[in-house]
Design a protein around this ligand. Structure first.
Ligand code: CIR
Length: 264
């Protein structure tokens, strides 16, 4: 059965540029290797296309080192899209760069404005509700602004917590189907997934929690065998993609795309 929270006709991605070596990171583990990152990015796009999706590939933005992490710029819902107000000052300008692309895909494009702060990496739409994790990037005003923006589309926003030290709420969880989330124990500990089936990421593989369910596939970072096994046990096709270079910038599978069903 298809559902608009897990099934998409389109994805939007952006190629990394040379300036990606200046991208934000919590801990410096060395500059990412652009060549390897580009190869992994090609494979990511291929993985999306294998599911039947049309993938829009935008040009790099050298002025914005983190611009490949397009997910943070917008929330796409069946009724329309909402442009975010990123909490990282260096990322604010990415939103205006994304607006024309989404404006061409959605007749109803809304925007959230600073000083409210909200990045869509903190947002998980489960089909039933919109979960938003308060984090170092997303504040109460951002959550409130989103709540107002999507109310007349019939969406309920529930504020949850992104634990300290975790960049975004979705760094540590993903939707597998409308009833099931993949999550780390540290994220689920707050009880935020009461009412959902939780598939726990095996201990030591916390970096594998950021996956995307995209049509028939779950696209996940390569190198996490136990998580891959747990996901495969649900009957879904597992599609690994290398993520070593984006991981240096705290980025993963969800960060690299906007997933959507255009609505004109
Ligand atoms: C940042 O710190 O903003 C980027 N280096 C990583 C963004 C990852 N995006 C995401 O989790 N949605």
């Amino acid at each position: 059965m298809t559902h608009p929270a897990t099934h998409f006709t389109h994805a939007v991605t952006r190629r990394p540029g040379r300036s990606v070596t200046e991208g934000l990171r919590a801990v410096d583990t060395g500059a990412p290797d652009l060549g390897r990152m580009l190869r992994d990015h090609d494979d990511y796009i291929a993985a999306l296309r294998e599911t039947g999706a049309e993938v829009i590939v935008l040009d790099p933005l050298e002025a914005f080192p983190d611009a490949l992490f397009v997910e943070d710029t917008a929330l796409c819902l069946p009724e329309g899209a909402v442009l975010m107000a990123p909490g990282a000052p260096s990322r604010l300008g990415e939103v205006a760069e994304m607006a024309p692309t989404l404006g061409a895909l959605f007749a109803d494009l809304r925007r959230l404005d600073p000083p409210a702060r909200i990045e869509a990496g903190d947002i998980l739409w489960t089909g039933r509700e919109v979960l938003v994790g308060r984090s170092a990037r997303t504040d109460a005003a951002g959550v409130a602004a989103l709540r107002t923006a999507v109310a007349d589309w019939g969406h309920t926003v529930r504020e949850v917590e992104t634990p300290p030290g975790v960049l975004h709420f979705k760094t540590d969880c993903a939707l597998i189907d409308p009833e099931t989330v993949l999550a780390t124990r540290r994220l689920a500990a707050s009880g935020c997934f009461a009412g959902y089936r939780v598939l726990f990421v095996p201990e030591g593989e916390e970096a594998a929690a950021n996956v995307i369910r995209f049509n028939d596939a779950v696209i996940m970072p390569a190198g996490f065998a136990r998580t891959a096994e747990a996901i495969a046990a649900t009957g879904l096709r597992v599609r690994p993609v290398g993520n070593t270079e984006c991981a240096r910038l705290d980025g993963g599978m969800s960060c690299l795309s906007l997933r959507l069903n255009p609505r004109s």
